[in-house]
Write a protein that binds this ligand. Sequence first.
Ligand code: NVA
Length: 309
Amino acid sequence: MTRHFLRDDDLTPAEQKAVLELGLALRADRFARRPLEGPRAVAFITDKPTLRTQVSFAAGIAELGGFPLVVDGTLAQIGVRESIADTTRVLDRQVSAIAWRTYGQERLEEMAAASRVPVVNALTDQFHPCQILADLLTVAQHRGLETLPGTTFAYVGDAANNMGSSYLLGGATAGLHVRVAGPDGYLPDGDVVARAREIAGDTGGSVTVTTSAKEAVADAAVVATDTWVSMGDEAEAAERAEPFRDYQLNAELLAGAAPDALVLHCLPAYRGKEITADVIDGPQSVVWDEAENRLHAQKALLTWLLEQG
Ligand code: NVA
């Protein structure tokens, strides 16, 4: 059966670990696997702005021996010019996998339901699971894969956005103690929290949702943040400044974490807003490794998905 990766919990804990192991192997030997030799094409479609995701998918597909077919979603107008299902029926006869960045998660689900090749979530309004694989790989790179279960991981900022939800699900899958903190009105969806708690019950992790950034960060081994204004939220930029004021990842907040805590940010970063320059450019920041690990994590994921079919 064709496997898809639409949200973080589409991988079981054992499967996630296998993908991360492969990601580490590909970090060490970039051209070790060539599942797309031919070259076979993989489509990367984007309906929203992108830099890291497009580049890491395109470079990754090429490094796997394949041809990266980048499709501008604003031209393709999937679901407007023709239905998502019809589009998918055209694509899956010509490409070996499809990565799609789009708005609603339901659009991605509709594509996956029609697709005979793996469909990968390259970011939706609800989830950003490829980024979480890269983040877990970054912690594994610095601390070892075996250390992930039991690691205390704090995310501070817009806990209702795609990163907040994916940290909950993907972090719980890895057995992390996931703590997310955001202002009232910007806390994660209850169903996502419940699902993360269910997963954590099996992996030995835990889930904490709080409005206290300080509580979330206390003694954490990893501290992450993200923009306060996600793609699609731009009209709310002004009204978001005030509620998020106490959720900035700055030196004072970071001082409450473990002394050697790693700092993550999925980028793009807005210095002086969600994170200060001294923190993102400081010695605890591993954001450039994190950005590089998009490449290795997605290559591992694509390789793994293609092997399942
Ligand atoms: N939450 C951000 C992530 C960007 C990679 C957004 O959706 O814009």
